[in-house]
Design a protein around this ligand. Structure first.
Ligand SMILES: CC(C)(COP(=O)(O)OP(=O)(O)OC[C@H]1O[C@@H](n2cnc3c(N)ncnc32)[C@H](O)[C@@H]1OP(=O)(O)O)[C@@H](O)C(=O)NCCC(=O)NCCS
Length: 389
């Protein structure tokens, strides 16, 4: 298939009409059997929350330079602006700073426009609107691509961007900010998942603890809890200070983790929204460092799953915490429980309880670091489901 003359195209923030066309297009790929009205209602519903509001969400289109508002644009994607915490080591002491990172989602080219290089070009250009150009290690925009795109309001200040690839690890790694392939695109990192199949997993009785020590968490509980948990994660990040290179993590506060709950919203035929569960986590209430797990449900397309968004446990506390997660999963009648990047020390305990830890083929996390450090020196800490977009 011949490639288009890509220098004639550039990246624009979508107009409202283009946003709606983009969503109608992606319906074919991601509706999972939901009728169009409900699929569109969900996207409109999600726009009100912190994760997307105030221009945190921008939908980008690749369109002809001379017709930026066309409804026949080549392809589109979404970006979400969020805070990121970076820990580096300076003179042997760990140093923490806050910066801006972006999550990229819904990269989509309609079937009739595929294989012309459009998505690749959109991704190449995306670095130039997301990255802080003062730190972008490539200093020159390739002349072959014409003039550089302009950042939108609330973009152009990123230290990094991440995405979750559903097309393997290679495609995105080759979409860098330059024609020089030594400048990489998004590099896959941390796609390990522990899963428990509920039809082959035996229930376990929580040992030596009565039920009143545990509290089921509502959506509201999650919201307040993640404020506190974000502070603890910063402290943990400092304790995990890197011997070489850098660590970064997103934080679950500011609506980041809640997005995973809110997007499970269901709509009745008159398009009234409702949540599919009252329970979104469990915590032991003994003290502020108690174990907990928060989760979302993947119940659009079978096999249905309870997916843990964030977990805190030790080898000793994991079995009882897992028993509570299993109890919630059984109540919801899902087929499996998934936990992303469970810590190495917990993998063995999970295996004893029937968990299988392996590389995930879907939603492969990948990072583009815009600073001068090479990607093998950049580690994504707490690379768990809560940060997914
Ligand atoms: C993936 C997608 C965005 C590519 O769009 P496009 O405009 O055709 O992309 P380009 O022409 O720039 O590049 C095509 C490349 O994508 C690769 N690609 C497309 N689908 C792929 C898949 N499922 N797995 C791996 N690679 C894939 C092609 O092999 C081709 O690679 P090549 O250049 O080495 O031959 C498009 O196929 C699409 O919208 N697919 C459905 C939605 C989707 O899966 N989006 C990605 C979510 S992470």
């Amino acid at each position: 298939m011949s490639k288009a003359d890509l220098s004639l195209f550039t990246l624009f923030p979508a107009t409202r009409e283009q946003v709606l066309i983009s969503r109608r297009r992606t319906f074919a790929q991601w509706s999972g059997g939901t009728p169009l009205e409900k699929y569109l209602a969900r996207d409109a519903f999600l726009e009100q929350f912190d994760h997307s509001a105030n221009d945190n969400l921008i939908i980008w289109v690749l369109a002809p330079r001379d017709d930026p508002k066309t409804l026949d644009f080549a392809c589109s994607c979404e970006t979400y602006r969020r805070k990121v915490v970076v820990v580096s080591s300076e003179d042997g002491a760990p140093k923490l700073r806050e910066a801006i990172g972006y999550g990229i989602a819904s990269v989509y080219t309609p079937p009739a426009k595929r294989q012309h290089g459009y998505a690749s070009h959109m991704l190449n250009l995306l670095h130039w609107v997301l990255a802080d150009r003062n730190i972008l290690s490539v200093d020159k925009f390739p002349a072959e691509w014409g003039n550089p795109p302009s950042p939108a309001h609330n973009t152009g200040d990123g230290i990094l961007s991440v995405l979750y690839s559903d097309v393997g690890p290679v495609f995105y790694s080759q979409r860098g900010p330059s024609l020089d392939r030594s400048f990489t695109g998004w590099v896959a990192q941390g796609s390990i998942m522990t899963s428990f199949q509920l039809n082959t997993t035996k229930d376990i009785a929580p040992a030596e603890e009565s039920d009143h020590e545990w509290k089921w968490m509502s959506v509201e509980d999650n919201a307040t809890f993640f404020e506190h948990e974000s502070e603890r994660m910063k402290e943990d990040a400092l304790q995990t200070s890197p011997e070489i290179g850098l660590l970064f993590t997103f934080l679950p506060k500011n609506g980041i983790a809640l997005f995973n709950i809110q997007r499970t919203v269901c709509f009745s035929d008159d398009l009234s929204p409702s949540m599919p569960s009252q329970i979104w986590g469990v915590q032991r209430t003994d003290d502020s460092n108690s174990p907990f797990a928060t989760w979302t449900y993947d119940i659009r397309v079978p096999p249905f799953a309870l997916v843990v968004t964030r977990i805190r446990a030790t080898k000793a506390t994991f079995p009882n915490l897992y028993a509570k997660i299993l109890e919630a999963a059984r109540k919801k009648e899902v087929e499996k429980i998934e936990i992303w990047n469970l810590s190495k020390e917990l993998e063995g305990v999970a295996a004893e309880l029937g968990g299988i830890t392996a590389s995930r083929e879907e939603h492969i996390p990948a990072v583009k670091w815009y600073g001068p450090e090479s990607h093998d020196k950049v580690t994504w800490l707490f690379n768990e489901k809560f940060a997914w977009c």
